[in-house]
Design a protein around this ligand. Structure first.
Ligand code: NCD
Length: 306
């Protein structure tokens, strides 16, 4: 039985296969409409979510399956003090696969160790978010047609931004990748990722606080929200929240084929005026997330569609 806790749980070849399945779903949705008939997905979300939970649920419905949902910590026995391990054992009795989001780093891993059905990490604290990476990778693939030889800028909250951590980990397996880290001093990428991911894979990277100075180099700009819920005090959040606001003016020096990604939700980081720019990919990313989650559910449930 397989789980998806960390993006590296999938090999590069398996990622390619998931992308191929997602492309086939996009081209032939009817072929997949009954693939998960009789199967149940449990979405256990102990933190707020719009896209991730709904896209998992839409994915399961579009595969002909059903969904059981916990949409907040308050509405489940977690509020009574139940452990993640006991919740996982319980849900294993009802469902065929679990997607879990939790404020504690490592909670989905603990769930997978206590579950008899596959567990997908749908975001654990400030740590990882591998299925957002699946959405990001399909978007990069559809925009650029490659994962090699790309200069990718990550801008905003690189400290707490779990989507950034997982995407950097995924990209570190390709060749000719250059990473540009753009953040305030206080929100720099954690040093364990610089060492264990960038350093260990000899990925070329640089750090800056100045988005404009690096704009002309970028093939992809991955904007992120400052993660208010992970701050210890509100003052720091208020001071840092508007560090980077992407406006049409700032794109003047950008490549004409730049791709602008954002995992969403957006707060202030991207002016709404940019939404009509053909380089804005963040709403395509939302849709791509559903197709990749469909492909992932099929893989983990070992369903073959001919
Ligand atoms: C992200 C997350 O939850 O980490 N959202 C998402 O799943 N698309 C990013 C964020 O909340 O800023």
């Amino acid at each position: 039985m397989r789980n998806l806790i960390d993006i590296k749980d999938l090999s590069v070849k398996e990622l390619e296969e998931l992308i191929a399945v997602a492309e086939d779903i996009i081209a032939n949705p009817a072929k997949y409409a009954e693939a998960c008939r009789g199967k149940k997905l449990a979405t256990l979300f102990f933190e707020p979510s719009t896209r991730t939970r709904l896209s998992f649920e839409a994915a399961m419905y579009e595969l002909g399956g059903n969904v059981l949902s916990v949409s907040s910590a308050n509405s489940s026995s977690a509020a009574k003090g139940e452990s993640v391990a006991d919740t996982a054992k319980t849900v294993s009795c009802y469902a065929d696969i679990i997607a879990m989001r939790h404020p504690k780093e490592g909670a989905p891993l603990v769930a997978s160790m206590n579950s008899s059905i596959p567990v997908i990490n749908a975001g654990d604290g400030g740590h990882n978010h591998p299925t957002q990476t699946l959405a990001d990778l399909l978007t990069i693939w559809r925009e650029k047609g490659r994962f090699d030889d790309l200069t990718v800028g990550f801008c905003g909250d690189l400290k707490f931004g779990r989507t950034v951590h997982s995407l950097i980990s995924a990209l570190s397996r390709y060749t000719g990748i250059k990473i540009v880290l753009i953040s305030p001093e206080e929100l720099k990428l954690p040093s364990y990722i610089k060492k264990d991911v960038l350093g260990a894979n000899s990925i070329e990277y640089k750090q800056t606080t100045d988005l404009l100075s690096v704009m002309p180099e970028l093939d992809i700009l991955y904007m992120t929200r400052v993660q208010r819920e992970r701050f210890f005090n509100e003052e720091d959040y208020l001071r840092l929240k508007d560090s980077y606001i992407l406006t049409p003016d700032k794109l003047k020096m950008a490549k004409p084929d730049l791709s602008i990604l954002h995992p969403l939700p957006r707060v202030n980081e991207i002016a709404v005026a940019i939404d009509d720019d053909p380089r804005a990919c963040y709403f395509k990313q939302v849709l791509n997330g559903k197709y990749m989650r469909m492909a992932l559910i099929l893989k983990l449930l070992e369903v073959n569609v001919k």
